[in-house]
Write a protein that binds this ligand. Structure first.
Ligand code: SAM
Length: 248
């Protein structure tokens, strides 16, 4: 894990991040595409539907209300930015469904002081939401092109508490460990042992585990006596490809 791979490192923010997110969203709200599609109204409607579907953490809802998802989807998918569905991004990957982003983020129970590792940066949308809710986000992506695009988006939003790394996230980011929370946004065949080892005691890992076709979304605590697991239900993610994931 050489330092030159950490091509994007933001300093810790000095002002409340949720206020920073809101300012960025306001600034982006006046663009031409926004006038065409009225993203602000669509974003508000999405938040209301997430509430109805059981998302109750107001901090999570505020972060999702502040981050413009249209900035993270392909231009050709712009009008679907607020549909509650996963959308294709480049390298055959996806930006996760908003309900899944909200469910996973809510499961993390972030209070604002946490150091969070995300495995699978993809578009950078989930990292942006986490950056609004935690002290610092470390995010790893295996595709350099995706990481580069995500870096540009996060920079454009002025989110200063995210570090991105290109590499095999199934092995974590040991140099920056331990983490209070780890979120894996790709499907693993088993709970990755190296990720568990990079959590603080009572830290939490949220990870989809199962076959390549269908998984269980697991919450795993690093209890002093060993992993404590519970399931949040079934889900479908693209595979985690790597040493502690699926082999290519
Ligand atoms: N969190 C993303 C977002 O907000 O757009 C969505 C992630 S997408 C469902 C899963 C991502 O995991 C893909 O971008 C994929 O390239 C990445 N991935 C798969 N295996 C990986 C690995 N071993 N290390 C890092 N990233 C990996």
């Amino acid at each position: 894990m050489s330092p030159e791979n950490v091509f994007f490192f933001f300093r810790r923010r000095r002002r409340p991040v949720l206020r920073g997110c809101q300012a960025a969203a306001n600034w982006l709200g006046f663009g031409v595409p926004d006038m065409m599609y009225d993203f602000e109204t669509q974003r508000r409607e999405l938040i209301e539907s997430l509430r109805k579907m059981g998302i109750y953490d107001e901090r999570v809802l505020s972060a999702m209300a502040a981050i413009p998802r249209e900035l993270f989807v392909e231009e050709s998918q712009c009008e679907l930015a607020y549909a509650d569905r996963a959308l294709p991004i480049c390298m055959g990957q996806t930006i996760s469904q908003p309900l899944m982003v909200a469910t996973m983020t809510q499961a993390l129970q972030l209070k604002g002081h946490e150091r969070v590792l995300e495995v699978g940066t993809g578009s950078g949308y989930q990292a942006a939401i986490l950056a609004c809710l935690a002290a610092h986000v470390y995010s790893i992506e295996r595709h350099q092109q995706l990481a580069y695009q995500a870096a540009k988006r996060l920079q454009r939003l002025g989110l200063q508490n995210v570090s991105l790394y290109v590499g095999d996230g199934s092995l974590g980011w040991p140099n920056a460990a331990p983490y209070d929370r780890i979120l894996v946004t790709a499907a693993a065949p088993e709970v990755p042992a190296q990720l568990m080892a990079q959590l603080v005691t009572w830290g939490m890992l949220v990870v989809p585990v199962g076959s390549q076709e269908r998984q269980d979304l697991l919450i795993v605590y690093r209890a002093p006596w060993g992993p404590e697991k519970r399931s949040l239900g079934s889900c479908v993610f693209v595979p985690l490809v790597g040493e502690e994931g699926w082999h290519e």
